[in-house]
Each structure stands twice: as C-alpha cells, then as structure tokens.
Design a protein around this ligand. Structure first.
Ligand SMILES: Cc1cc2nc3c(=O)[nH]c(=O)nc-3n(C[C@H](O)[C@H](O)[C@H](O)COP(=O)(O)OP(=O)(O)OC[C@H]3O[C@@H](n4cnc5c(N)ncnc54)[C@H](O)[C@@H]3O)c2cc1C
Length: 499
C-alpha cells in the first residue's frame, strides 16, 4: 500500500471533540493529523459560547459549586432513564480525568460560569455546573490566530478576527486546544483537506482518503467532523425538522461526509432524525440568528396564538416549534427597549427593519397586516398575555416559574405586558446547532457495525456520533462536553489497544 503521508492517528474535523482527541493523541507521543475541510478550524464549536458540561471536576470544586459526579448521575438518570447507561457512566467517569489532563497544559484554563441546567429534575443545579475557557489574547496564538474560525457575525460578513480583541468563547476553546496541540510537536493541522473515504486493510481501518490523498493512520481514525445539518438531502431523507439553510453551522460544511464514509464500510447509525434545536430569528441575508433567553415579548404561531413557554431552554422551544404550525413571530413593544432576547449574531434593529426581517407598527392591527397574522386572534392573544403579566402568573404555559426562565431577566418577571407602541414583530424559524444522530459507538467511542461489533481502528465523537442523550438536551455545554469526553476516551482506547 502506498501512502502520501503517514500518521499514527488521523482526526477528521476540527471542532472541540476533534481538537481534544488530537491533543490527547499528540500529547501521548502519537503522530497526529487534524484534517479540516474548510480554510479555518473550529466549525460550529468556534461559533459557540463554549459552555462545557463536564460534571464533578476540579473546575466546579475551585468555584465552590456543589457539583459532584453523583448528582450529575442522578440528573442524567432522571432525564434519560437507563437508555445509554454505559455511555453515561463512561462520560461521568471521564469528566474529572479529562479536565485534569487538559488543565495540566498551561494553554488550557477554565472557569465555572452560572448557566442553569435545562430541566427541573433531581440532581439539577439551578445555577448550573458548566464551565468556559478563559479568553485568549490573540498574541498568544501569533500567526495561528488566523487559523481559528472568527465569531459568527464577522465570519458571515467575510471579516476575520478583530486583531486587537482576545479570542473569546468557542474561539478561545479552539485557540487554546490548537496552542496546546502545536506545542506537543506531534500534531499537524491540514486545512482544506476534507476526508472523503476510509481505507480498510487487513480487517481494520488503516487510513483515510482526502480527495486524491491517501493518508495512513497506523493506530486509528477519529471521525469528529460534525453532523449532516447542512445537507438538505440527508435531512429530508432522515426526517430532521428545520432546514439546511436554517442551521447555525458555518459554511455549509457539515454535510455528513464522515458518517457516510463510515456507513460505506459497514458502520451502523442511530438517532438520525434528531438535532440540537433552537429558535432562530431571520436576518437580512436569510440566515438565522440563534436566539435564546427571552426576557420579554411573546411568540405566536401561524394562527396568532401562543403555543409554548417562550423562555423554555432553546432545544425544548425548538421541539415545540417542530410540533406546531408556523410561521412563527416574536412580538414585542417599545417598553422592551430593543430585542427582548439574546441573539447570536447580535442583530441591529435598523438593519433588521430596513431589510424587512422585522416589522414595526403603531397598532397591533397594523402589525397583523404587515405579518399576515389574523388581527383578531393576535389582539386576543396579547390581551390574555397582558392579563398574565398583570397577575404575575402564566396560566397557559407557566412561563417564569422555572429558574431558567428568570435567569435571563436577572430574576425579574419575564412575562411582561406588551402594550406600548410601536409594536415589533420578527419572524422566528426552527433552527439548530447541528444534528445529533450519526454513527453508533460503544462507550470508548469505537464505531459499531450492524452486529454491534466495533470496527477496528475506527472511532467517532461529537455530532458525527449518535448522542448518548437521545432526544434530550440536558444542560448548557452537553454537545461540547460529550464530544470532548468521548474523543478523549477514543484516544485512550487507541493508546491501550493498538500498537
Ligand atoms: C451560537 C452557538 C452557540 C453554541 N453554544 C454552545 C455551548 O456553549 N456549549 C455547547 O456544548 N454547545 C454549544 N453549541 C453547539 C455546539 O457548538 C455544536 O453542537 C458542537 O460544537 C458540534 O461539534 P462537532 O465537533 O460535532 O462539529 P463542529 O464544531 O461543527 O466541527 C466539525 C468540523 O468538521 C469539519 N468537516 C466537515 N466535514 C468534513 C470532512 N469531510 N473532512 C474534514 N473536516 C470536515 C467542519 O468544517 C467543521 O470544522 C452552540 C452552537 C452555536 C451555533
């Protein structure tokens, strides 16, 4: 067999899971290559807030948070039952060890950040257990800074990082992992090098194809190249609600290449109709802005009625949208002092109004005419909602009763009357942060075939794999935390079992 380049470990993708796996491999002396399809590293992980849900670690301990592996187990078990129990236990066991490993590296620094868990269930922490990376001054990365995907607003506008600003959130996480990987001397990153296939020899995955290149992976291949959120065809075939043009993943890059490549050599898949859902506000370029933390306003369906607690955690709200009939509109008024929610990217009212993505009117009837909503129903809905605001109880959807609902309004009520003109409406679409179905794995990240046997040499993590959380999004940082944990476990398996 002839190879263009030879490595011990080849990692496809460069999100948080991929980079964690690559660092773990390179730090243990394995020659490691990260293959990234686009010009920049980080994918959706770089756009993210980089909340990391890895419970029971030294980060929570340092912050004096009453987190423990046991309470996290109670919480996950309450939400997921014993489905995926072996993965849950592997995840819980790995979290403290992974964070200890990462924090040994001076490039990796984390701190706890308040952000409530998403469900009222035993073991929940009302102010959450997730943590974030510290901002990273760009000069610590030097020339490597240009390799990290910029924040979503600048990226979509084709502008790079603001040179004077530190890398924050997801960029800080990817930048820090890149810094640590580079410092090992054993890791290379190859951008614009998409994985296109897997090479099997002597009954095991021996390498990958990347277009015309054949790259050897003597010890293992880790697939962590995102989901298939940007593939309209795969979404339709698998019944994922939403659309490839409404996902928050960047550049249309996550088209399920790694999942398909593994399926071609006999890998099995699961959970394929699932995503990490969220509401998205339409922006002038037609792309959505991930919107969360509704501290005012109300959301109506195509009939002009409310259909859910608007302040629900975003995945739960997305699922309510998928079950309802659109188009959906957020309605708010002058009293809110601007959009009563957080959007990523941040949206400027002037641009939104000028483009028609938002409309404004002096009366609710005027707003109904501009949005096509039935005027009578809209007026009734707002009147009923305002009654709830006045008495401080949302009889219909119990908005404001959960600590998560009030977190974004600083503990104040989030059911606030809408009655001061002008009124505003913005179209809300069903968006997602990526699909969460994919390759079935065992608790060590080994990809399973149709008979539940591991395919030698092949591993998967992140949205390339079927999430152990099933259709549930337990808390902030689960996508990234679980991607990192299972990528790390995959590399431990490679180290143990493949020479
Ligand atoms: C605004 C925003 C905020 C978020 N905040 C959080 C948060 O705080 N915490 C959290 O846990 N989650 C958060 N999420 C969700 C989370 O970012 C993603 O679900 C997660 O990062 C996906 O990780 P991944 O590694 O599977 O995919 P990605 O991070 O998307 O990485 C996949 C990479 O693989 C590359 N790729 C695709 N195909 C190939 C190929 N054939 N060969 C090589 N490379 C390929 C892509 O270009 C991409 O760079 C957020 C998402 C958004 C949009």
């Amino acid at each position: 067999m002839t190879w263009d380049d030879e490595y011990d470990v080849v990692v496809a993708g460069s999100g948080a899971g991929a980079m964690t796996g690559a660092l773990a491999a390179a730090a243990s002396g394995l020659r490691t290559a990260v293959l990234e399809k686009t010009k920049v590293l980080g994918g959706t992980s770089a756009y993210s807030g980089a909340a990391i849900w890895l419970p029971g670690t030294r980060v929570q301990e340092r912050a004096g948070i009453a987190d423990s592996t046991e309470s996290a187990r109670t919480y996950l078990r309450a939400l997921l039952g014993d489905d995926g129990a072996a993965h849950r236990e592997a995840f819980l066991e790995t979290a403290p060890e992974l964070v200890e490993f990462l924090e040994k590296d001076p490039a990796l620094e984390f701190e706890w950040r308040a952000f409530p868990d998403y469900f009222a269930a035993p073991g929940r922490l009302d102010m959450g257990r997730s943590f974030v990376p510290l901002d990273l001054p760009a000069d610590r990365l030097g020339d490597l800074a240009g390799l990290v995907r910029p924040p979503v607003d600048r990226d979509r506008a084709g502008r790079g990082h603001a040179a004077s600003r530190p890398l924050a959130q997801g960029r800080a996480l990817i930048g820090r992992l890149l810094l640590a990987l580079t410092a090992t001397g054993n890791g290379v990153v190859r951008t614009e090098t998409p994985l296109t296939g897997l090479i099997v020899a002597d009954g095991r995955v021996a390498g990958v194809r990347a277009g015309p290149l054949r790259l050897r992976a003597a010890r293992g291949v880790l697939l962590a190249a995102g989901g298939f959120e940007a593939s309209a065809g795969l979404r339709a075939a698998r019944g994922v609600p939403g659309g490839a043009d409404q996902t928050m993943a960047p550049d249309g890059a996550n088209t399920g290449d790694a999942i398909e490549a593994a399926a071609r050599i006999g890998a099995s898949t699961g959970l394929l109709d699932q995503a990490w859902f969220c509401p998205g506000l339409r922006t002038p370029d037609g792309l959505p802005a991930f919107t969360l933390g509704f501290r005012g306003g109300l959301i109506v369906d195509g009939s002009g009625r409310r259909f859910a607690n608007e302040s629900l955690p975003y995945d739960q709200m997305g699922r309510r949208m998928a079950a309802a009939e659109g188009p959906f509109h957020l309605i708010w008024d002058a009293r809110s002092g601007g959009l009563p929610a957080i959007s990523v990217p941040p949206l400027a009212a002037d641009g939104q109004l000028a483009s028609g993505a938002w409309v404004r009117a002096d009366t609710l009837a005027g707003l109904a005419a501009k949005t096509g909503l039935p005027a009578g129903t809209l007026a009734e809905t707002v009147e009923r909602f305002n009654g709830f605001a006045e008495k401080g109880v949302d009889d219909d959807f119990h908005r404001g009763e959960d600590p998560y609902d009030r977190y974004f309004s600083g503990g104040r009520p989030c059911v606030v009357a809408v009655g001061e003109p002008p009124y505003y409406a913005a179209e809300v679409v069903l968006s997602d942060l990526g699909t969460k179905g994919g390759l079935r794995t065992d608790p060590d990240g080994r990809v399973l075939d149709g008979s539940d046997r591991p395919i030698p040499g092949l591993y998967a993590a992140g949205n390339t794999s079927a999430s152990f959380t099933g259709p549930v999004y337990p808390g902030p940082g689960i996508p990234i935390g679980s991607a990192m944990a299972f990528a790390y476990r995959a590399v431990q398996d490679i180290r143990r079992n493949h020479t």
